[in-house]
Design a binder for this molecule. Structure first.
Ligand code: BJ8
Length: 426
């Protein structure tokens, strides 16, 4: 089937058409090389291939259609933004482009060079006019997690209205009070921009939709405990990445269908790798689409990634919002509590993250852990010390990696990862 020409829509959105064509060409080739070269992929991944192929086309068209009906699109960069409140009033929550080394030159005109690649990427996407999601968004929501993001949002606000939620740094009762107040302030902001009231009825719907998506993602995650794993780490990462911008109800249906297929594979002991393949947990900074670098190196070096302790992974899917609340107040409390459980390295102390990593290592029978920090990400690169200590106490091998989105260090990383896999294999 001939592909639709979306250029008029991209032009209306104010994208830099030439740069955008180049971006799509690079991404298309990378996807073909990294994803389509994998063997024995589940059939259900065809849906994800289709979503990727239409990420800047059909999906953006859908967003523009929903906007015509008076619904709002809200762009985010962090799993702390409560999606339930947006869904309650018929809005769409989308993760914004932040995973490619693109527009970096533009970004470095307003940001220091030693800023983490994720921040440089979202700034670059906006300044170079390459992200249709930010162009389609009625509001961008930032958060006071790390210092880099916090200050970058002040600059981003010069180019696109950016509302910032204050995230506490600790988890005491006093912090919960602060966060609950922020959830309410965000609820009011959503009501203001949509002109619609959030009620117990519509919020309970929003909670259900977001929970169903998390349940499907969690179901997929649990299936990867099987030996051999029925799906590659690259494909599982892609599912988690696409979760941030696909329609949540359609996405949930398709991921559950994928999980049905994976369940059959598990019953037949059918996996994507041979027995004895080292099983790796990747832990640390989130891998935003299309950051596939580390799992690609791992899985082309004879290992398989079986879990991601990351916001693009388990950290954003394991906890649900309690659905038993009847009143709006109950639901606000339930949302507050669910989000307070996120163990981002921006918190101090953050011991629960260590417990969680050890639990994942045990449950997924991993042979080793890769701790991944995006270069210049202070929270995760500093917390790597504690992660290493916790894992060493349990004699679990760990390799700490700092890397950006560039390709220059691929050969060096491959050498280090191969040497690590030798140790893991014993
Ligand atoms: S809840 S991990 S999504 S903040 S990589 S920008 S931390 S310097 S992305 Fe994150 Fe929310 Fe936390 Fe999750 Fe800063 Fe580090 Fe860059 Fe980061």
């Amino acid at each position: 089937m001939e592909k639709k020409d979306y250029r008029p829509m991209w032009k209306d959105l104010g994208l830099n058409l030439e740069g955008h064509d180049q971006l799509l060409a690079v991404l298309g080739n990378a996807y073909k090389d990294i994803y389509m070269s994998q063997e024995n992929r589940p059939k259900g991944m065809q849906y994800l291939d289709f979503v990727i192929s239409e990420a800047h086309g059909l999906r953006i068209e859908e967003l523009m259609e929903t906007k015509k009906k008076g619904n709002k699109v809200i762009g985010t960069f962090c799993v702390y933004v409560p999606e339930e409140l947006i869904l309650a009033v018929g809005g769409t929550c989308v993760g914004l482009c932040a995973g490619a080394e693109i527009g970096i030159d533009e970004a470095e005109k307003v940001l220091p060079r030693n800023t983490c690649a994720l921040i440089k990427s979202f700034m670059g996407f906006k300044l170079a006019g390459l992200c249709p999601y930010i162009q389609a968004s009625d509001l961008v929501v930032g958060e006071t997690t790390c210092d880099g993001k916090k200050k970058a949002y002040e600059i981003l606000n010069d180019y696109k209205e950016t509302y910032v939620m204050e995230i506490p740094q600790m988890k005491t009762e006093r912090d919960r009070v602060l966060w609950r107040g922020e959830v309410i302030r965000f609820k009011e902001k959503v009501e203001e921009i949509t002109g619609r009231k959030i009620t117990a009825e519509n919020l309970s719907q929003g909670i259900k939709i977001a929970n169903e998506k998390r349940r499907a993602l969690h179901r997929l995650s649990v299936l990867r405990k099987a030996i051999p794993s029925p799906i590659s780490g690259l494909d599982a990462l892609l599912v988690n990445q696409i979760a941030f911008y696909d329609d949540p109800i359609r996405f949930t249906r398709n991921i559950n269908a994928l999980c049905d297929e994976l369940e059959d594979r598990v019953k037949q002991r059918m996996g994507v790798t041979k027995n004895g393949t080292p099983r790796i947990l990747v832990s640390g900074s989130p891998m935003a689409l299309p950051n596939w670098k580390i799992p690609f190196i791992l899985e082309t070096s004879g290992a398989i990634v079986v879990a991601e302790e990351s916001c693009v992974g388990e950290r954003s899917t394991r906890d649900l919002v309690d659905e038993t609340g009847k009143t709006l107040e109950d639901m606000i409390d339930a949302i507050t509590d669910r989000y307070m459980k996120i163990d981002c390295a921006c918190f101090t102390p953050n011991e629960e993250r260590m417990d969680h990593i050890l639990q994942l290592a045990q449950d997924f029978k991993v042979n080793g852990v890769i701790h991944y920090s995006i270069q210049f990400c202070t929270p995760y690169s500093m917390e790597a010390y504690k992660v290493e200590k916790a894992l060493q106490q349990k004699a679990i091998p760990i390799l700490k990696i700092d890397s950006d989105y560039g390709m220059e260090d691929i050969a060096q990383l491959k050498t280090r990862i191969e040497a690590f896999l030798e140790i893991v294999r014993g």
